[in-house]
Design a protein around this ligand. Sequence first.
Ligand SMILES: Nc1ncnc2c1ncn2[C@@H]1O[C@H](COP(=O)(O)OP(=O)(O)OP(=O)(O)O)[C@@H](O)[C@H]1O
Length: 299
Amino acid sequence: MRALAQDPTDKAQIASARGLVKIYGKGEAAVRALDGVDVDLARGELTAIMGPSGSGKSTLMHCMAGLDTATAGSIVVDGLDIGRMNQRKLTSLRRTRIGFVFQAFNLIPTLTAEENITLPLDIARAPLDREWFDAVVDAVGLRDRLDHRPSELSGGQQQRVACARALVSRPSVIFADEPTGNLDSRSAAEVLSFLRRSVDELGQSVVMVTHDPTAASYAHRVLFLADGRLVGEVQDPTRETVLDALRLYGDAGHDEREHGHVAPAGTAPSPHHEPALEGGRHAALDAAAVAAPADTVER
Ligand SMILES: Nc1ncnc2c1ncn2[C@@H]1O[C@H](COP(=O)(O)OP(=O)(O)OP(=O)(O)O)[C@@H](O)[C@H]1O
């Protein structure tokens, strides 16, 4: 395993956590979703987070993205200690420094692709950097679809619009939670290629939760969680090395669940399946991220 950076505010890390604990509920019903996680996520890399269902992947991502508050431990994102921030500052951090991509695309059906992409800037009344917008649109390959509404786009194109929307405000880091969970394998490949290109060509940092070994193979590095702990990692992964690691770290059921992509345990194998609660939670989180007020982050 890569050694933890001495200093979590190290510029080489886009996000770091130390001693992260998250407990949901109280008393006998308490669930220890994160059980002391120390992690450094490198700037300018695509990092994938894998692990069995319930191992704490989404919780880790939500805590590190300032969407959820940790019970204990510290988190630094882009040099800012988010554990010390009040809700207003967290909202501001999400608005200015973090991009989100969720399994549900969460596009506004009445807006065109272009309007959906620029929505966060419009809400923030922030100016559009046309050159950057063009670079993002070209990287995402949507130039000839900008006037289309979501219903006129394929699932992969819709998710690429959501990726472009996450990128357009030049966030420091993009957090993507199962970004290909609703896509067939071809559309998933389009989205994953784009996420990787956004790192290699546009200098973005991306952190992605996935169950899919193929999706994880697009990453520079894959982290494995089990029972709320970080249990291993693979550098420069291939699908095979990820599968080996999954065998080692306990997501043994993934092969049976795989259908182009791997659905979470306990869910139907359809690539379009999404538990209602999960979808609702993601939609609410995404709305919170997109609709946050446009104040600035105070250091
Ligand atoms: N809001 C919540 N209230 C109570 N328990 C929760 C809540 N969110 C998550 N948990 C529990 O915390 C643990 C970790 O959940 P989490 O969603 O982070 O896992 P995951 O690895 O992302 O799972 P999956 O792959 O199924 O999405 C699970 O036991 C889950 O039931």
